[in-house]
Write a protein of this length. Structure first.
Length: 594
C-alpha cells in the first residue's frame, strides 16, 4: 500500500532540488523541539547552505547537534566554522580552526567527507603539505577510489584538483553527474568548493571547465502581454520559448499566471521539467477576475492546470485588488527578487524572459515596466517578440478612482519588558532608549516620510527598502551602547524590529491633521514585530526580495520560516536581516555575470 513520504523524506527532497526555504520549513514543522535529530540536521544544513553561518551555528547548538557523536553532526559543526571563517574574510586562524575540526572528525571516523574538507581548508590557509595529506587520505577511501554515488565521485574530483591533477578531476566530475545523488542541491555545494579552490590557488583558471559543468540551471523571472488564445500563433510562440529556455538552461521560473504570455511560459517551463514558482500580486480570486478571464474563459482551465503543478505559490500581498495598477508592478518586483534569492542559494544566475512588443509605455505596471525594472537593477532580459498576438482585451474598469496610494517601507519596533520597568526609571528609558531611536531616525531624514511613537513603540515609514533596512540595523547597533543596569535589567538593551515593504494609502489624518499612511500592509507589518526576537531585525518576503534586487551586496536576508501571524493575518514567510561585512566572501552566484 502506498504511503505518504515522511517529513524527513520531504525535507531531504527539498534540499536535493535546491529549495532551501521549503526544506527549512519542513524540518521545523516539529516546532523546533529537537525531538528529531535528523530534522534538526536538515534545518541547520538548509540554513548553512543559504549562507548564514551565525544563525546556523546558533540553531546547531540549540538543537543539541553540537554534542552529538556521529560523524555527520561533527562534520556539520566543522562546516559552520568554515562558513564563519569565509564570511569573516578567510582569516588564517578561522580556516585552521575549521580545518582541525574536520581533521578531528576524520580521525574519529575515517570518513572521506571530513578528510576532503580538511584538505581544502588547509590549502586555503596556505598549508599545502597538510592539504595534500588529507587529499591523499580521501582518495584512499573505497567509496572515493571506486565511487558508486555523486558524493564519492565529487570528493574524488576535489582531491584530484587539490593535488593538481585537473584533467582527472574533470573526468571524476563527469562520472559524478551520472551517478545517483547528482541533484542541483548537491551540485551547488560542490560548485562552492571549486569556486574557493579557483580563487585561492595559482592556476585556478584550470578549474573553470569544472565550475561551468557544475553550475545548476539558471533561474528565470518571466513576464509578458495578455492575449487571446490562438492555437496557430501559440504553436510558434511555444517553439520560440522552448528554444530560449534550452539556450539559457532554465531550470526554475518565477512569475504570475495571467492569461497569455504568463500561462504559455509556465506551460513550457513545466513541459521542460523545470520548477515553477507562482507569485501573485494580490488575492487570487481578484487576480483571476482582472488578469485571466478578460482574455477569454478558455484560459481558466489552463490556469488551474498550471497552478496545480506549481512547486510554490506566494502572494506579494494578501490584500484585494483596488484597481491600482501599481499593485501589478509591485507583484512583479517581488517575483524578481525571489528569483534572485533562489539563484543566490543555488550559485547560479537569474535572468528575465519577456514576451514583449518592445514598447516602453511608462506607468507603474506592464511588460515594459517589468523589463525596465529588471534592467535597472543590473539584470539581463531575453525578449521573445510579441508578433501576431491578439491583444484586443476588454477590461472591466471601475467608476471609482482609487485613493492616493504608494509603495513604502515600514519599520515597527518596541521594547520587550517595557511594562516591567519601574516608574522611577521611566524618564531614563525615555531619555536614553527612545532618544536613541530618535537620533537614529534623524540620520535618515532624507528618506523618512513619517515617524511616530507611543509608549515604547516606534513606527516609521521610509521611501525605500534600503533606507528601512539601514535604519533598523542601525537602531539595534545603537541600543547596545546603553548599559543594561541603567534600566535595572540584566540583559542587553535591545528592541524588536520588523520591516516590510508594500502598497499603502496616504492622506491627512482626520484626528491629528498630519499626513499619514494606512492600509492592510501596515497592519501586517505590525503583527510581524510581535514575533521578532529581541535584538533581531525581521523582514517580510517582499522587503527581502526588493533588497535582493537592489542591495544584495549590502544586506543578507536569512529565511527563518513561515510564521503564523497573530489576529488572523495568516502565514507569512519571514527573513532575519543582517548587514554584509565588507570582507564577506559572497556566494559564487554573485560572481556569475548575468
Amino acid at each position: 500500500m502506498w504511503s505518504q513520504p515522511s517529513l524527513v523524506e520531504r525535507a531531504r527532497a527539498a534540499i536535493g532540488r535546491g529549495d532551501l526555504l521549503s526544506a527549512y520549513d519542513l524540518a521545523r514543522q516539529d516546532g523546533g523541539s529537537g525531538t528529531s535529530a535528523e530534522l534538526s540536521y536538515i534545518a541547520v544544513l538548509a540554513m548553512a547552505r543559504m549562507g548564514e553561518a551565525e544563525q546556523a551555528m546558533r540553531l546547531y547548538q540549540q538543537s543539541g547537534l553540537s554534542t552529538a557523536g556521529d560523524v555527520d553532526s561533527q562534520a556539520l559543526g566543522a562546516r559552520l566554522l568554515k562558513d564563519q571563517a569565509l564570511q569573516n574574510g578567510a582569516a588564517y586562524s578561522g580556516l585552521k580552526l575549521a580545518a582541525e575540526a574536520y581533521a578531528e572528525a576524520y580521525r574519529r571516523s575515517l570518513d572521506p567527507f571530513p578528510a576532503i574538507n580538511a584538505a581544502t581548508l588547509n590549502l586555503l590557509a596556505g598549508d599545502e603539505d597538510r592539504a595534500r595529506q588529507f587529499a591523499q587520505a580521501a582518495l584512499g577511501a573505497p567509496s572515493v577510489d571506486a565511487p558508486a554515488d555523486y558524493y564519492g565521485a565529487a570528493t574524488r574530483a576535489e582531491a584530484l584538483a587539490i593535488l593538481g591533477r585537473e584533467a582527472e578531476a574533470m573526468a571524476a566530475i563527469e562520472l559524478a553527474l551520472k551517478l545517483p545523488g547528482a541533484d542541483v542541491g548537491a551540485r551547488s555545494t560542490t560548485l562552492r568548493q571549486f569556486e574557493l579552490l579557483a580563487r585561492h590557488r595559482s592556476g585556478g583558471h584550470q578549474l573553470r571547465p569544472i565550475i561551468s559543468r557544475l553550475t545548476p540551471p539558471a533561474v528565470a523571472t518571466f513576464s509578458g502581454h495578455i492575449f487571446r488564445a490562438d492555437p496557430a500563433t501559440e504553436a510558434t510562440l511555444a517553439a520560440a520559448i522552448d528554444d530560449q529556455l534550452a539556450a539559457l538552461n532554465i531550470g526554475f521560473g518565477y512569475g504570475a499566471l495571467a492569461a497569455g504570455a504568463d500561462i504559455v511560459i509556465a506551460e513550457r517551463l513545466l513541459a521542460r521539467g523545470a520548477t515553477l514558482n507562482l507569485v501573485f500580486p494580490f488575492r487570487e480570486d481578484d487576480f483571476i477576475a482582472s488578469s485571466v478571464l478578460p482574455a477569454g474563459d478558455e484560459w481558466l482551465k489552463r490556469y488551474y492546470a498550471v497552478r496545480e503543478k506549481a512547486a510554490g505559490i506566494s502572494f506579494a500581498t494578501l490584500a484585494n485588488y483596488v484597481h491600482d495598477p501599481a499593485q501589478f508592478g509591485y507583484g512583479a518586483t517581488v517575483a524578481m527578487g525571489m528569483a534572485r534569492l533562489r539563484a543566490q542559494h543555488l550559485c547560479t544566475r537569474a535572468v528575465q524572459l519577456a514576451i514583449w512588443d518592445g514598447k516602453a509605455k511608462g506607468g507603474p505596471a506592464g511588460t515594459g515596466h517589468d523589463v525596465q525594472e529588471w534592467r535597472s537593477t543590473g539584470g539581463t532580459t531575453f525578449v521573445i517578440p510579441a508578433d501576431g498576438l491578439d491583444r484586443s482585451i476588454a477590461y472591466s474598469g471601475s467608476d471609482i478612482a482609487p485613493p492616493d496610494r504608494c509603495l513604502k517601507a515600514f519599520m515597527f519596533a518596541d521594547f520587550p519588558g517595557f511594562t516591567r520597568i519601574t516608574e522611577d526609571r521611566l524618564p531614563h528609558f525615555w531619555s536614553r532608549v527612545m532618544a536613541t531611536a530618535g537620533d537614529v531616525l534623524a540620520r535618515y531624514s532624507a528618506t523618512l516620510d513619517f515617524a511616530n511613537s507611543w509608549g515604547d513603540a516606534v513606527f516609521a515609514v521610509f521611501d525605500t527598502a534600503e533606507a528601512a533596512a539601514d535604519a533598523g540595523l542601525a537602531l539595534q547597533a545603537a541600543l547596545l551602547g546603553i548599559a543594561p543596569e541603567e534600566l535595572g535589567r540584566d540583559r542587553p538593551t535591545q528592541m524588536r524590529v520588523s520591516l516590510h515593504f508594500g502598497p499603502v494609502y496616504f492622506g491627512q489624518d482626520p484626528i491629528t491633521n498630519r499626513e499619514t499612511f494606512y492600509g492592510t500592509e501596515i497592519s501586517r507589518a505590525a503583527r510581524v514585530e510581535a514575533l521578532t526576537p529581541p535584538g533581531s531585525v525581521y523582514a517580510s518576503e517582499p522587503l527581502a526580495a526588493v533588497l535582493a534586487n537592489t542591495s544584495s551586496d549590502r544586506f543578507s536576508a536569512t529565511y527563518v520560516g513561515k510564521i503564523d501571524l497573530p489576529k488572523g493575518f495568516g502565514q507569512y514567510p519571514l527573513y532575519a536581516l543582517r548587514r554584509r561585512p565588507a570582507t564577506t566572501l559572497l556566494h559564487a552566484a554573485e560572481a556569475v555575470a548575468e
